[in-house]
Structures are given as C-alpha cells and as structure tokens.
Design a binder for this molecule. Structure first.
Ligand code: EPU
Length: 422
C-alpha cells in the first residue's frame, strides 16, 4: 500500500488547479443508464471511485472508455439491453454505486443492487432513496442483502414526495427516476448541493424537463425517452476547499484556480473568521494565511451550510488557533476519526458525541499516522504540511478515492510531499 510522506513547516505559495467534482461525476455517469447510445461526460476526475463506477457499468454490459477524444472525457456506450445489477463486490467498495438504482428501475424496469453495508463515517441508510422510488410506483423488496426493484406497471408514475431528511444521493436517485416517469413529480425537502444541480443540468441536456434543482423543491415532468449525455462536470468544491484551507495555514498564499465562489460561501466565511484573507481573482479564489489562526465555531450542515466533507480539514486549521474552537458534526454520527490521528501530531482535541473541542496549540509535530476515510486523509495531509518534521500517512488508498494525485498538485506550491510506492 502506498504511503505519503510530508516534511512540514513550509508555507504554500503559488497556484493550483481544481479537478472535476467526484460527487457530481458519479451520478452523472450513472445517469447514462437512462438512455441507450454513446454518452460523453467531460472533466471527469481520474479517481478510484470513478474507476469503480466504470467497472460497475462494464459489469452491466456498457463500454466505458477513459480519455475518449479528449483528456478527462469518459465515453460510455449503453447497449440496447443491460444486466441491471450492481453486485456487492463493487458496491461495498463505493457506497455511491447506489446511484445506479434510480436509472436502472426507470429505464430498464428492474434493478438488483446490493445494499451498501457499513461505512466508517456512520450508518448511512438508503431508506429515503427507497421511499422515493416506491412513491414513484416501484415495487421494492430487500432480499439476501440486495435491493430488488421493479416497475409492476411497466413505467414509473409521477408523484409528490417529501424527503424526511435531506439526502444528496437520495435526491439524485429519485430525480433521475422521475425524469422517465409518466407525468409530473414534485420532490420536496431536496438536497441543495451544487452536485444535485449539476446532475439536473446534465439531465436537462439529455432532454429531461426539470426545474428547481439546487433549491429544496424540484419539479420534474417525465418524458418517454432521453438522449445520450454530453456534459462537462463542475469543479470539485471539496478539493478546492481543501486547497483553500492549505493556503490559509500560517504563511500561505495560494490561488485555487477553478474554485467557484458561490459554492464556497460557508467555508470562505469561516476562513475569513480565522483571519485568512480570501479574495475572488479571475478564474478562482486567492487565500492568504495570516499568522496564527483565530478560533471559530463550526457546525456542519447540508448545503449551503458548512460541508461535512470539509470538517476534518477545517479542524486542522483550528488545531493551530490561538484559543478554543467548537466543531459540531450534525450530518454523520461518526466523523471524528481523524481526531485520534491529529492527537498523535500534538493536537489538543476532546470529543463528546457530536462536538469536538479543539484547543489550539502553537505547533504540530510530524508523526506516522493512518488514514481512516477520504476527507480524514486529506486532513492528515494538511496537518502534515503544517507540522514540524516528517509525517508519514498510511492507507493512502482512501485519499486516492477522492483526490487526483494530491501530492503532484501540492508539490509545485512548495510542499515537500512525496508518495512512496508500496
Ligand atoms: N440519510 C438517511 N437516509 C437516507 C439517506 C441519507 O437517513 O436514505 C442520512 C445519512 O445517514 C446522513 C444524512 O442523511 O446522516 C446525509 O446523507 P446523504 O444521503 O446526503 O449522503 P450521501 O448522499 O450518501 C453525499 C456525498 C458524501 C457527503 C454527503 C453529505 C456523494 C457520492 N457522496 O453522500 O461525500 O459527505 O453527501 O454532503 O455525493 C465524500 O465525498 O467524502 C463523501 C462522503
């Protein structure tokens, strides 16, 4: 297994490019299952999770080609018949595989998709996906660890459905299914994440009739068929956010090219509150880290609130603050696994349930640490950059699920970071 080694304590300076958004690319690639033919999804990041979804589509009988015609374009050929099945072996490595469920049942009338099972950051049920699809007329049975869904009437039917709680992939699954249902669907209490909006834009490009994506109410007029996708994925706001935090570390000055200011409002507000200077520049955002950060309180919330996917990275900054910060994680129940690793670097953090009290220390010190999940790994890289001495991060495969060769992006900023191949 690869490791990443960081010799920390060097402030970052320069500019870095943001890749396409993993969490937009995944549902958009899955949306290809809504239409037979040749699809192109552009600006798809080269990540382990995208490759897993590619393998899943190939398992169903689709042909998937990377760098189709241009760099980072994914070509998907959906044949006239697919095997509508997502096996456990693939779903267990990537929960987001569940986004094939809505397209399969809507377009192919049936689906057999493995239940995702446990996850390091929390229970992560999919009851809302299933409730929404049932409201559209799908019949759903859970058998032997699999969701079996089919359309007893041949086609799904429009409905009015209110999610019990906001769910990103749940909104995406039900919206995709409704795009091919007969008649009108109104979805309420939808997730408002930019990735939901990007998926809706891709679906509209396929001929779907959808309004309101990006707000909590989405209206969909079902159509009989859709044409293949040709869509360019938005920039990854979490990768961008991770680089913004890197630039906000003491002494940093980083331009994050491709960062979309409208997607970063909650993070930028907190970065300014800790004392970093954040400015819009042509094509991105520039962040200048001041001296020691000021403490701030952070509460994760669905978009447009502070993203849970940035909680671990923000914690690193607050570990160095001149005072005590309170971080409340409201989205997932078990998303503080990075705390123990940060403590190994000298951080002073106490967790009580959903709340982490972070008492700032003047410096962190390098140590060997272990990544536990994707965003926790990114936090350990940031902590390694800030720490004095050498930090060795193991289990880098977590990082590779969501960051495109992060070491190659950080090194030109002056980071002393390298990957040690296993
Ligand atoms: N939830 C339910 N029932 C459901 C669905 C969700 O109770 O049917 C709960 C979850 O347990 C959680 C909350 O609702 O407490 C929000 O979960 P959500 O469904 O929104 O998460 P997700 O769709 O599974 C996506 C991202 C995650 C990101 C979350 C929250 C993708 C592929 N994944 O997950 O990204 O943390 O939204 O913003 O879009 C990551 O990229 O590192 C990552 C984990």
């Amino acid at each position: 297994m690869d490791k990443i080694v960081v010799e920390g304590g060097v402030p970052l300076r320069g500019s870095v490019d943001v890749s396409g958004a993993k969490n937009a690319a995944l549902p958009i690639v899955a949306a290809a299952l809504l239409a037979e033919g040749d699809h192109v999804v552009r600006n798809v990041p080269d990540l382990a999770d995208v490759r897993t979804l590619g393998r899943l589509l190939a398992h169903m009988g689709c042909q998937v080609e990377r760098n189709a015609g241009e760099r980072r374009a994914l070509g998907i050929r959906v044949p006239s018949a697919v095997t509508p099945e997502a096996p456990y072996e693939l779903v267990k490595t990537m929960r987001a595989s569940v986004v094939v469920l809505g397209p399969l049942v809507a377009r192919w009338g049936q689906a057999r998709v493995s239940l995702p099972g446990g996850c390091a950051i929390g229970a992560r049920p999919i009851d809302q996906h299933l409730k929404g699809l049932t409201a559209l007329g799908a019949e759903i049975r859970l058998e032997h660890g699999y969701v079996h869904a089919f359309t007893p009437r041949g086609r799904l039917e429009g409905t009015v459905f209110t999610f019990d709680g906001q769910t990103v992939t749940g909104t995406e699954n039900v919206m995709m299914a409704a795009a091919l249902a007969e008649g009108e669907t109104v979805l309420r209490n939808c997730a408002r994440e930019p990735e939901v909006k990007d998926l809706a834009d891709a679906l509209v490009g396929m001929g779907a009739l959808i309004e309101g994506a990006g707000t909590d109410e989405i209206w969909i007029e079902g159509v009989e068929s859709l044409r293949p996708i040709d869509h360019t994925v938005i920039a990854d706001r979490i990768e961008a956010g991770t680089f913004l935090v890197a630039g906000a570390l003491p002494g940093g000055d980083v331009v994050v090219k491709g960062a979309v200011p409208a997607h970063q409002e909650a993070l930028v507000e907190k970065l300014r509150a800790v004392g970093a200077e954040v400015k819009e520049v042509p094509g991105g955002l520039r962040v200048v880290g001041d001296g020691r950060p000021r403490p701030v309180d952070v509460r994760t919330q669905p978009h447009p609130g502070f993203p849970t996917d940035m909680q671990a990275q923000m914690m690193v900054l607050l570990c160095l603050a001149d005072g005590t910060s309170r971080i409340t994680e409201t989205v997932f129940e078990n998303r503080f696994m990075h705390v123990q690793e940060l403590q190994r670097l000298g951080a002073d953090i106490a967790v009580d349930g959903k709340v982490a009290l972070v008492k700032g220390v003047p410096r962190l010190e390098g140590a060997p640490v272990m990544a536990s999940d994707l965003r926790a790994s990114a936090a350990l890289v940031l902590a390694g950059l800030a720490a004095q001495g050498s930090t060795e991060i193991q289990r880098v495969y977590h990082l590779d699920r969501g960051y495109e060769r992060i070491e190659e992006k950080l090194a030109p900023l002056g980071a002393r970071i390298r990957r040690v191949k296993a």
